[in-house]
Design a protein around this ligand. Sequence first.
Ligand code: NAD
Ligand code: GLY
Length: 361
Amino acid sequence: MNVLEVCLGDFSYPIHIGAGVMKDPELLMPHIGSGGALIVTNETIATLYLERLEQTLTGQKVATAVVPDGEAYKTLDTLAQIYDALIDNRCGRDVTIIALGGGVIGDMAGFAAATWQRGVRYVQIPTTLLAQVDSSVGGKTAVNHPRGKNMIGAFHQPVCVLADTETLHTLPPRDLRSGIAETIKYGLIRDPDFFDWMETHLPDLVGLDLDLLAEAIRRACQNKADVVAVDEREHGERALLNLGHTFGHAIETGLGHGQWLHGEAVSAGICMAADMSARMGRLRQDAVARINTLFERAGLPRRAPSTVSPDRFLELMAVDKKVLAGNLRLILLNDIGESFITSDFEPELLRATLEICRDSA
Ligand code: NAD
Ligand code: GLY
């Protein structure tokens, strides 16, 4: 088992990574308050892992909120179901919310924890690769607005993350690939050796080698923990973690939340950011080719869907959370492992990327 620490003073917390960590009461019990636990999960994951988690919590007062599965349900309406469960079970400030699931559950349960009685503690038990390498760490919580991804949310750190790699055995291959996209992102942003490592080990990762997956999760989480420790609230460097996301969120919202998986949209978004970086003379063509090749080998999209026109893209990108003083800011690349944020680009170059990096109708 690997243990990392997200260093945030009084709000520091451990990330435990390995096969079976969900079954270890010693890792979980210290985080359960006197009011017991409310497990938030969805229909799919409840069938697979709820009993296992309840066994780990034997002896504790445990309630559950089982919500519908899918990005389309990452909404205020579903959040209201979680608040109903908290009220029905008389949960006070001493409750611990446990998010058991992928990034959708983690983001919603985290937002419920941030807001329930002005904030209660929560534990992340991520069960998708995407949630294990990214969303369970760092304290971003949110639900979607129909016109904008993750628009309603809060920063609220978990007290512990348990990334149990055994859960990846049941993950559909499409969701595994979606998680690979966010993993590759860490190499591109700030860790060129990790990008090389991903190039070498991709077939084993897709083939579900749990030791290598644990290593990928460790390296991604270490990168994320380092960034979050210096910029928890995204005043600077943390924005780099959104490489590909301004394009990707526009794809997700433009198609309707849930049509493309988040990692699929991020994959196309990163390839678009790479194209734009090359147009600006910042990234070499051979690096653009290497990036596209790795996403292609992972079975991920490299182009936007034809149904989101460049004009629609620009409208959707204008409501991105990184817009500052009315200016769109993009995360781009100087090299593999070297990213930067800028609002200083020619609008024609962005339009060219939107027109070229698009599937033909
Ligand atoms: P998801 O939560 O929808 O999970 C994907 C699918 O896999 C779902 O159908 C789920 O029920 C199923 N599933 C989960 N674990 C399973 C398992 N072990 N076996 C079988 N099926 C399983 O999607 P995701 O890719 O995990 O997360 C995407 C979400 O994460 C997006 O909403 C995105 O905005 C968010 N996100 C948040 C952050 C953050 O920092 N907070 C970062 C990245 C992404
Ligand atoms: N996924 C981007 C962040 O956590 O900041």
